[in-house]
Design a protein around this ligand. Sequence first.
Ligand code: MN
Length: 746
Amino acid sequence: MRKLSEITDAVLTYHPTADLDVIFNAYMFSAKAHRGQSRDSGEAYLSHPVEVAFNLTRLKMDERTIAAGLLHDTIEDTLTTSDEIQNVFGEEVYHLVEGVTKIGQMPFASKEEKQAENYRKMVLAMAQDIRVVMIKLADRAHNLKTLDSLPEEKQKRIARETLDIYAPMANRLGIGWLKTELEDGSFKYLHPGPYRTLLKKVEQVESERGLYVEECCRALDRELKSSGIAGKVMGRPKHFYSIYQKMIVQDLPFDELYDLVGLRVIVESEQSCYAVLGVVHSLWRPIPGKFKDYIAMPKPNRYQSLHTTVSGPRGQRVEVQIRTAEMHRVAEQGIAAHWQYKEDGNSSVKHLNDHLDWVRTMMEEQKEIKNAKDFLASFKVDLYFQEVFVFTPQGEVVAMPRGATPIDLAYNIHTDIGHHCIAAKVNGKLVSLRYKLKNGDQVEVVTDDQKFPSREWLPLVKTSKARNKISNYLNHRERERSRILGTELLENMIRKTGLEPQEVLQGPALDEAIHSCGFNNYDNLLMSVGYGKTSARRVLEKLVPREKIPAARHDELAEKTSPGSPGSPIRVKDFEDELLIRMGKCCNPIPGDSITGYITRGRGISVHHSQCPSVTGLVNESERLLEVEWDPPSEASFPTRVSIVTVEKQGQLAKISQGLAECEVNITRANVRLSGFKRAYFDLTIEIHDLSHLEKTFQRLKQIDGVLHVERVQEFGKKKPSLKGDAWEGTGGPEPSEEEPERVSS
Ligand code: MN
């Protein structure tokens, strides 16, 4: 096993003032926590965190990150608690360890490229500190080296994940050696056949190729010297996975893969790079279209070099990379090449995090850096500020706009799920549809087939997809509702003439009536009637000539019955036409109560308390529900049942009557019952203007000596409404008295 001193020695090479105590303490802590544990390979477990820490020195990380690397598996795999890490090592190390633990627990299932991209962004968004990503990469690099002892299935899964997620991250961070290590390490397990074949072929041509590379190097070296350019020429190490990718992508057999021969020239200055290029091109004929100037146009990860492919000795293709020593350092170390450790140990941390925004820009593959300075300035804020990444129960990562709710996610999954969503389970806990999704949330949408979208959802959604689907649904329902309402209105109007609606509507007069009202089909006419744009009376006039209506009916027809007429306490939204409106007797709503209208079959609209099961039970017919509003004339009063319990003594009824009179409340019905326990029960129906009037009245009643309890009685849904229009009939509690007329407003 690697010694602790190898780690500390490595740290001192790039960070001479590092605080080695924290590394030493973390090593001791980790050794103790993992004592007795072993890896699948049989090695002591401690060897793993030690190798991870060593990898982190190759990434030139600061001492706290290295300590966190030593501790990275303690919370997950030992009895160590988060608190212990926090207490012993402080906030910073704790956050790093916790960050790595969190990423390790994220499920990743899908193999799609888009998913991988989202996942990479999510890792970064969740990590918040780039050092967490570094530890994760260092961890994965060592895990790949110890896959042999695992079952094949697990090997493949880890290799796949590495190739999809972590190697691209290393690439974007510009860490060339780590990218190569992760790719070749995964390739070996993911495609063992091709890997072995490739390995064998490379070995076969190795000696011959070696001679060829030497020949090229000597020739170029000679030319550079005679041109007076100081530079180092060398062969390039082979990268198996990139050869394999080229074979597949370009569909080339191994023998034709020209860039198996690669040379690299490292010089001192940028000008020398171009000078070397001139020498190379005069020595060997360049292949057209293969020259790339990544010095003038660096890659997004700041990679710089000149690339060219030439026809080398005996016509064999040779790829040449030309760069300065500094460019080479950046190409191999990427982000790590950019941080510097100051004398004061603390400033290094801030310096590391200053790179975070920069890193995020690099992670955006598609973006070209035109002017690095401007670019950085424009990305000072969190790059992923606009997005959150969440998991579906299947482990898919979904990107949502920030502020999105479970409704957005539900519609993203499927329209039906959106239409019926009622709540969500986030990380196992039930949340409402108003919940704002957070990075890393595991979200399961809860649906109910009996529930449908509501207008109140519109302000809650952030995606246009959800908004459109909800609007479409609401519009469709609105049209359907209008069609039903129009049918009811028209048929009612026809009934008033004494004729049968079915007969009138079957006659040839219907088509004419439709056209003369300005419509091309019956449904559109009905909807217009239902919306209140066309009056049912007008349609009737077109349908049935006045002379065909019995004279006795003319008066009744002439009678104007409109909710707009004075006296109606209810206004149907956007509707001015004649509507028969009745108050639900089951719940007796009064102004101030939240109410819903219900389009009955043939008997107008009944108005119920919104919580009354007469309407809440109608979800399958939600198109029959109607938005209605209170619009009571100032003098209107409404029957309200109240129950009062008092101590049984003389004169109670008189006191109650007096109290009610003081509140200007009439009693229309009274029932008194005495119990055996010196209690009197009053069941009254009183006339009330609105909810605040009722509250004032209750306050007054409660002041009366001997009154123990006052309560409003609402017989919510004693009976489910049938479709025959009696939803508001006969459910008005026990024995509604004769003298209480059914409240009809028309
Ligand atoms: Mn680990």
